[in-house]
Design a protein around this ligand. Structure first.
Ligand code: MN
Length: 500
């Protein structure tokens, strides 16, 4: 198997320097205490690859520091494996570092091995993690950083474990990173897992990409010069312009959708243009379209209409010289930070060392709340894991409300799923639907880009049990089931009263 380890030996000095540089006001004494505490707790522990355990804690903290997260999260990253792998308890962490750090560490500590086994343990741990994540999203950021390092040292584990961890990454953790808008981390996690889960496909994609990549990069570099001149002549200041190669796993997924024909993948290398504000984004787009002909139907304005995970940019694909086709991604600095770090960007420090005010966009985290709601309803763990894969991690489609809001749903979702996603009352009173301004049946499958309008019957008593046969999301399922149950209970009471 082709394995190239990301071999790096993180040092504490490196971590300290990085934090001091990002956050000059940070209290490094506390950080040192956390490091010493972790180093002592893990003592002479070694990982399976022979490295000192503390290297894993350091690597996790370093990833969090690279995302420029706050000191609390970074310290929790240093301490994250102590309760699970040493004799030191969470109470001792709390005594030394306070309740906030203890809460974060508790959030990623797995449940005791004795109570649950196998699938039960796996599902119960996920349930617990989601509860902790709903309370504080930083829990999942630590978990993702932890997973990134575990993947980069996966080659030293037995094959069965490699498979489990790599699969779980593709099925659960990378999709979470995606839904939180952390594009950079998502791409890294997927590429590290890809080679273990699909080794042959991985080798094939890498080989295929390499042949075209070099040639395309050369072309893109030539284009960059031309563009710099174009922007300069027109008085547009740009922050940076660079080519970015598509991650291997996302290229593989795209090839699956494009008959495995790499000629149909236009963004193998995309040109990314970073400018200083929104107006400059549109200015750049205008200049590009005046110079190169855009491909019809490929202009996407994610600034006016952000993706549900908060991603914003302008995308366009154009014909260049000699019939080449190139994709552009245009964004300002803030959009770029969000595209790379997503939700994590909310905890980043500003230049003056003060933490940015934490204001989470409610829409971006709505799915976590929904997940908590229905995870309470599904007691059976096998069923729970299945539901998790469909509701949260299946490929998502984006559809629009009549007001132009974007709603994301799993593939094959129906107008009923859409209605319940908007509001439970809309679901309950739903009597018909218009998709792209045409009447559609309630069980029709929605596609990305559809404009969906729900027709409501105010006199409707409630949902129909038949809907359970085609709805996809658990939000819809649990509302319908609850209604049916209540109605039966009500009827029973009614009959009982008649009998009395
Ligand atoms: Mn760990």
């Amino acid at each position: 198997m082709l394995v190239c380890n990301v071999q790096f030996m993180p040092t504490f000095d490196e971590l300290k320097q990085l934090i001091a540089q990002n956050n000059p006001g940070a209290d490094l004494t506390m950080l040192e205490l956390a490091y010493d505490f972790a180093a002592k707790a893990h003592g002479g522990q070694k990982r399976l690859d022979g490295s000192d355990y503390i290297e894993h804690s350091l690597a996790t903290a370093l990833t969090l520091a690279q995302m420029r997260l706050d000191l609390t999260t970074i310290m929790a990253g240093l301490l994250h494996d102590i309760p699970e792998d040493t004799n030191i308890t969470i109470e001792e962490i709390e005594k030394n570092f306070g309740p906030e750090i203890a809460r974060l560490v508790r959030g990623i500590t797995k449940l005791g091995k004795l109570k649950y086994r196998g699938l039960e343990r796996y599902a119960e741990n996920l349930r617990k993690m989601f509860v902790a994540m709903a309370e504080d999203v930083r829990v999942i950021l630590i978990k993702l950083a932890d997973r990134l390092h575990n993947l980069s040292t996966l080659s030293s584990l037995p094959p069965v474990k490699q498979q489990r961890i790599a699969r779980e990454t593709l099925e659960i953790y990378a999709p979470i990173a995606n839904r939180l808008g952390i594009g950079e981390l998502k791409g890294k996690l997927e590429d590290l897992a890809f080679r273990y889960v699909y080794p042959e496909e991985y080798a094939w994609v890498v080989k295929l990409a390499k042949t075209r990549l070099e040639e395309q990069l050369a072309h893109v570099n030539a284009m960059i010069k031309e563009l710099q001149q174009l922007f300069q002549e027109n008085g547009l200041d740009i922050v940076s312009i660079h080519g970015r190669a598509k991650h291997y796993y996302s290229l593989y997924r795209k090839l699956l959708r494009k008959d495995m024909d790499i000629a149909k993948v236009y963004d193998l290398v995309a040109l990314r243009i970073i400018v200083k504000d929104v107006a400059a984004c549109y200015h750049a787009l205008g200049l590009i379209h005046a110079r190169y002909k855009p491909l019809p139907g490929r202009i996407k304005d994610y600034i006016a209409q952000p993706k549900p995970n908060g991603y914003r940019s302008l995308h366009t694909t154009v014909f260049c010289d000699q019939g080449r086709i190139v994709e552009f991604q245009i964004r300002d600095i803030e959009m770029h930070e969000h595209a790379e770090y997503g939700i994590a960007a909310h905890w980043r420090f500003k230049e003056n060392g003060q933490p940015t005010e934490i204001q989470l966009p409610p829409d971006q985290l709505k799915w976590i709340k929904e997940l908590l709601d229905w995870q309470k309803d599904i007691k059976d763990n096998a069923q729970y894991l299945q539901a998790l894969k469909i509701d949260i991690f299946q490929n998502r489609i984006f559809v629009f409300t009549p007001k132009g809001d974007v709603i994301d749903l799993p593939e094959n979702a129906t107008p009923i799923d859409f209605a319940y996603h908007i509001h439970s009352d809309i679901g309950d009173k739903c009597s018909g639907a218009r998709v792209n301004e045409k009447l559609a049946t309630l069980d029709s499958k929605l596609s990305s880009g559809d404009l969906v309008e729900i027709i409501i019957d105010k006199n409707r008593a409630g949902p129909s049990a038949d809907w359970l046969e085609f709805v996809k999301t658990n939000v819809a399922k649990s509302h319908i089931k609850n209604y049916v149950k209540r109605k039966r209970g009500g009827l029973l009471k009614f009959f009982n009263r008649q009998l009395e």
